[in-house]
Write a protein that binds this ligand. Structure first.
Ligand SMILES: C[S@@+](CC[C@H](N)C(=O)[O-])C[C@H]1O[C@@H](n2cnc3c(N)ncnc32)[C@H](O)[C@@H]1O
Length: 507
């Protein structure tokens, strides 16, 4: 592999190879990334009790590639789903009554337990994986382990597999015989506190539904990236993956000596209160609890009554996208009210509504979400995700002026509430540009297109318009917008792209 584009081609081929269950990606790191200067960070002990972390060796400009890495082990989401189907997770959860005072906990994450199995198999083949990589990760010693409950696998089949592999390890690798007990205790904790989700970057992010690279998703354990600490107030590093290759890029200028931190939480929940972030952050440390307790009473009530996690997930998005566009728009408006903690429209008004719009809404948010959401405000990213669906729907219905307004609201959220250089701002800018162009407002279209390209270039390591067009190929091909009065005939995706993101001759 030479370039990021080669990596995208490999991801496309793998995602298309099997709709549901593609093989685990095992891509080479492109030469382009290896050639990039990657000696920008050094490992040091932090001064604020976070343990070891990565620090800038020199001044680093935003948009620099800091690290490109492959995992020591990866498990795909479809593998986890298969495992859970076979092992009836409901029964497992019933068994899982924990005593808070005990130093033993069950590991509920099937994915984490599967990763432990994968890693034990890898160590069995090559003990250096333990000696040189895994054993260097947190928790490293008795002091680190002292306050962490031992994690015992909740899935009986995986637990047996782990025990068998540990016994075999003692005989297959005699030099590890003395440490196999330690490995048995530490490895589940190493996985728990260092695991990273892996999602291939987001063509069609703004258009949920089948297609895209969702089936390449999973989680993995990486060696050097495991030393990034968490910062939710001001992360300096963002990460993205294509297949199993993960890249870490500076999203702010960093002065020499400053710590390079990622966020362990999705960027779109970082604008929430510390109370809410703590609910999501299931780690051995908490966000600044002083700040978490510093919310006013009204906000606290609202949040306590509200959901513990974002409600608008990909399942709900897909379900909404399957409904008729007019009904969908109506449902989205109702969900937006609910998300903002406002009362739903008067039921009487809808009592004799033959269109069953309310029934559709009930179908979409009835069961789990309704229960989860209580009555308080949802997460701000729920409103963003509903707005994205609203913009797509308005766009598809030919209400392009309104659609542009909503896309621009989405841009405002992405650029004022999320850390800088967020990929979602590129996605919504691209749609705003396409919408404005369709309306004949070339100036606005070009402004959005230029801003999208500027952010894209920094986050995805250059490549200019050609790279943006490659990554957004499917979004551009969708041709959502029908010809309007101002256009004699539909412009092809290439014609549109040539206007907004022209490629210099010879590239
Ligand atoms: C992925 S490791 C990061 C590297 C780790 N500091 C080390 O020494 O290897 C995650 C662990 O680092 C510590 N950590 C990371 N971010 C932290 C933060 N913001 N506050 C306190 N501890 C943090 C926690 O112990 C966490 O489980």
């Amino acid at each position: 592999m030479k370039t990021l584009e080669d990596l995208l081609d490999a991801a496309d081929a793998l995602a298309a190879s099997s709709q549901e269950t593609p093989a685990r990606p095992d891509f080479a790191i492109p030469d382009e990334f290896l050639l990039a200067k990657q000696q920008l960070l050094e490992q040091k002990e932090t001064s604020d009790g976070k343990g070891t972390g990565w620090f800038a060796r020199q001044d680093i400009p935003a948009g620099s590639l800091l690290m490109a890495a492959k995992p020591l082990a990866m498990v795909m989401l479809w593998q986890e789903e298969e495992e859970e189907e076979e092992n009836e997770p409901d029964e497992m959860e019933e068994e899982d009554e924990e005593d808070d005072t005990s130093m033993m906990r069950t590991e509920k994450s099937t994915l984490n337990s599967m990763l432990v199995v994968e890693l034990l198999q890898a160590i069995q083949k090559n003990p250096d994986i333990w000696n040189n990589s895994l054993s260097t990760l947190y928790p490293r010693n008795e002091a680190d382990m002292a306050n962490l409950p031992i994690r015992e696998c909740a899935n009986p089949k995986l637990k047996l597999q782990q025990e068998t592999l540990l016994q075999q390890l003692a005989t297959a690798q005699p030099q590890l015989a003395a440490t196999s007990d330690t490995i048995g205790k530490r490895l589940p904790l190493i996985v728990r506190y260092n695991v990273l989700s892996i999602e291939t970057c987001p063509e069609l992010l703004s258009h949920p539904g089948p297609g895209g690279h969702a089936n390449l998703g999973g989680a993995g354990l990486y060696h050097w990236p495991s030393f990034f600490n968490h910062n939710s107030e001001r992360p300096t590093v963002a990460r993205w993956a294509i297949g199993d290759v993960m890249c870490f890029v500076a999203i702010r200028d960093m002065e020499a000596g400053t710590e390079a931190c990622i966020s362990y939480l999705e960027h779109d929940v970082l604008c929430e209160s510390a109370y809410r972030r703590n609910l999501l952050l299931q780690m051995d440390f908490q966000e600044d609890t002083a700040k978490a307790n510093n919310t006013d009473d009204a906000q606290e009530n609202d949040e306590e009554n509200g959901p513990d996690a974002p409600v608008v997930d990909s399942e709900l998005q897909n379900e909404l996208m399957e409904t008729n566009a007019f009904e969908r728009l109506d449902t989205i408006e109702q969900l937006l009210l609910q998300a903002k903690g406002m009362p739903p429209p008067d039921d009487d008004e809808n009592d004799d509504d033959d269109n069953n719009n309310n029934n559709d809404k009930a179908m979409v948010v009835s069961e789990d979400e309704e229960e989860e959401s209580g009555g308080g405000c949802w997460f701000q990213c729920d409103i963003q995700n509903l707005n994205i669906l609203k913009a797509i729907t308005l766009d598809g219905l030919g209400q392009t002026t309104k659609a542009l307004q909503v896309w621009e609201e989405c841009v405002e959220f992405a650029e004022s509430k999320l850390p800088p250089l967020d990929e979602s701002s590129v996605v919504v800018r691209v749609q705003a540009a396409l919408c404005a162009l369709h309306l004949g407002d070339t100036k606005t279209a070009q402004q959005h297109a230029n801003k999208a390209l500027e952010t894209h270039d920094k986050l995805f390591l250059g490549g200019g318009a050609a790279r943006l067009r490659r990554r957004f190929r499917k979004d551009l091909e969708l041709c959502l917008r029908k010809p309007n009065g101002k256009q004699q005939q539909q412009q092809s995706p290439k014609q549109v792209a040539d206007i907004l993101w022209p490629i210099a001759p010879g590239r």
